[in-house]
Write a protein that binds this ligand. Structure first.
Ligand code: AMP
Length: 230
């Protein structure tokens, strides 16, 4: 992390909700965790909530699994319901970061209405721009520890022991939707449904953009300088 970044929760009372935008593989999850830790606000990932529901075999998980594994978007009702409930929790009252929502116009309109009804400030969207060839490499090499959640990339961060988590030795897993044919579908869904939202937030004066091609630490530093100036 860059010098001078707040490593402890700051004394700032509240933050605008922050929406991390960008294609799959842009590093939204990594950046959202870094920002959340530094500012002491929760990071919410609809994808992680859905994967957890699948893992636990809940009715919601069972209903969403095949859609997710095909690289398509699950229904707006489901994800809007998740966001409505999660953001009502006490830890979200100072602000929160969302990774992976909204993914289309109806979800963006829903979020606007939710924040307005609750008397909260409008959300700021942060677009992480990454070149397609970099994305493909990141997604194909992405592995995750099922125990501690640490993310790795087999091409970019050599492991102490191939296939095993450096922290706890668990067998690393590849997300079913990171398989090449599914990645293609997810990128198409992104281009068709999510990318147009960037123009929407830009026209509302609520968009910030960062170059996400570099190292995670470099991107975090760039994001902090943007957020500290907002
Ligand atoms: P992510 O981890 O954000 O890439 O999400 C993984 C998968 O979960 C996506 O490919 C979708 O199937 C589903 N998903 C996550 N967030 C949303 C959302 N906001 N709207 C619809 N589907 C979502």
């Amino acid at each position: 992390m860059a010098a001078g970044l707040p490593l402890e929760p700051t004394d700032r009372k509240s933050f605008r909700p922050l929406l991390l935008m960008g294609p799959p593989g842009a590093g939204k999850g990594t950046q959202s965790r870094a920002i959340g830790r530094a500012f002491g606000i929760p990071e919410i990932s609809t994808g992680a909530m859905l994967r957890e529901a699948v893992r636990r075999g809940t009715p919601l998980g069972l209903a969403s699994q095949s859609t997710m594994e095909a690289g398509c978007l699950v229904s707006d009702n489901v994800v809007c319901g998740l966001i409505e409930l999660r953001t009502a929790e006490p830890d979200c009252q100072r602000g929160f970061i969302v990774d992976g929502f909204p993914r289309n116009l109806p979800q963006a309109v829903f979020l606007d209405g939710l924040l307005l009804t609750r008397g909260k400030p409008k959300a700021l969207a942060l677009n992480i721009r990454v070149d397609r060839d970099v994305l493909m490499k990141r997604l194909a090499g992405r592995r995750e520890c099922p125990v501690c959640g640490t993310a790795y990339n087999v091409y970019m961060s050599p492991l102490q022991c191939p296939g095993l988590c450096d922290a706890d030795g668990a067998d690393l897993i590849q997300r079913p939707d990171d398989r090449e044919e599914v990645v293609q579908r997810r990128l198409e869904e992104y281009d068709r449904q999510t990318k147009p939202l960037i123009e929407r937030y830009r026209s509302l004066g609520l968009l910030r953009e960062v170059d996400g091609n570099g190292s995670p630490e470099g991107v975090t530093a760039a994001i902090f300088s943007i957020l500290n100036g907002s």
